[in-house]
Design a protein around this ligand. Structure first.
Ligand SMILES: Nc1nc2c(ncn2[C@@H]2O[C@H](COP(=O)(O)OP(=O)(O)OP(=O)(O)O)[C@@H](O)[C@H]2O)c(=O)[nH]1
Ligand SMILES: [Mg+2]
Length: 325
């Protein structure tokens, strides 16, 4: 029997470093939303890669940042969870940026975990010359004892096969935790809400991205279509005006983009109805934050009532008449 390895690998780093892009690249499917705004990821996102002889459970995390508000404290709690008793850590750094005090703070967190860590110097496709990597690497080496380092581009995939081989080589012997087609524990409800939020992040700037939360209110499976109603929460009236747009043009665009992506990912037709509500101070509201946290709402042993709660995304069935062409 060939040896089988498996393990939990947490992907950590500063906001916007490219952690979610990397997890999507390594898993080969978009499990986490990506945006050019910091603090895109707000909770742990699981992405599972199963290959012959190995299964890797990647845990994408929120960017490491000062926890000033309730929501930020919750995000830092997820980071702590991702640091506890894992097999390996991947620290992702945007190599177009120099080392800063904030990076030193992030590395101090890693040190406490005393788990082996690999450094991924990301976004090398944006470097004019590789010579910029040497001083950066030197700086990291002076601050943390990484096992290995890899220059990569999570966007283009450059360096990622080598990183994946190094990860696999460091995993302990063990059986697969999940079936071979299992990709994530994210319920479809959460995937829908996150996809809508991603489209909003792509179209807005300044304080709007931080002020947006999305919750699915209704979910109805029909034979030919899944009907979903979701509410976009913002903190101020002006933000609602931005998201709705002139004559509702912006919200229409957000809805259309989210729907197209969801249909391709989940392999069936969606009808998506979006509402926008002003909910001042939701980022400091523990009851609301709990509602946003699907793990807190469903729990590990939550009853599965509709396919919306099923934690497995399967590839689109080939003979599904509802699948987009
Ligand atoms: N050029 C280039 N851009 C990248 C690369 N990796 C990520 N990006 C971009 O960097 C931005 C941030 O990427 P994310 O994957 O959302 O970063 P993150 O570390 O998950 O960010 P948070 O969730 O906010 O902490 C996005 O615009 C990505 O497209 C890369 O290798 N090259
Ligand atoms: Mg992210």
């Amino acid at each position: 029997m060939p040896i089988h390895v498996s393990g939990f690998v947490s992907v950590l780093g500063r906001p916007n470093a490219g952690k979610s892009t990397l997890v999507n690249q390594l898993v080969g499917v978009k499990v986490a939303i990506v945006a050019d705004k910091p603090q895109t990821t707000r909770t742990i996102i699981q992405g599972v890669l199963t290959r012959p002889g190995s299964q890797i459970v990647f845990l994408d995390t929120p960017g490491i940042h000062p926890a000033e508000s309730q929501i930020n404290r919750r995000m830092m709690k997820s980071i702590q969870e991702a640091l506890d008793s894992r097999d390996l850590l991947i620290f992702v750094h945007d190599s177009t940026r120099p080392l800063s005090d904030a990076d030193a703070h992030a590395l101090a967190l890693l040190k406490k975990a005393s788990t082996p860590a690999i450094l991924a110097l990301n976004k090398i496709d944006r470097l004019k010359s590789r010579s910029a990597l040497a001083p950066l690497l030197e700086g990291f080496r002076n601050r943390f004892d990484f096992e290995e380092y890899f220059p990569i581009s999570a966007s283009t995939g450059e360096g990622c096969p080598e990183l994946l081989d190094a990860i696999t080589a460091r995993l302990p012997k063990g059986p697969a935790f999940f079936p071979g087609d299992y990709l994530t524990d994210s319920p479809e409800r959460f995937i829908v809400a996150e996809t809508v939020r991603e489209k909003i992040l792509l179209h807005t700037r300044e304080e709007v991205p931080h002020s947006v939360a999305v919750l699915v209110d209704q979910w109805e499976e029909k034979p030919a279509i899944t009907r979903v109603a979701a509410t976009i929460y913002v903190e101020r009236r002006g933000q609602k005006t931005i998201i709705v747009g002139a004559k509702g043009a912006m919200i229409k665009q957000i809805g259309a983009e989210a729907r197209l992506e969801l249909e391709a990912l989940l392999g069936r037709r969606f009808f998506l109805e979006l509402f926008v509500k002003v909910q001042p101070g939701w980022r400091e509201n523990p009851a609301f934050l709990r509602e946003l946290d699907w793990r807190a709402v469903y729990g590990a042993a939550a009853p599965i009532e509709t396919t919306a709660d099923q934690p497995i995304i399967l590839a689109p069935p080939e003979d599904d008449p509802g699948a987009p062409q």
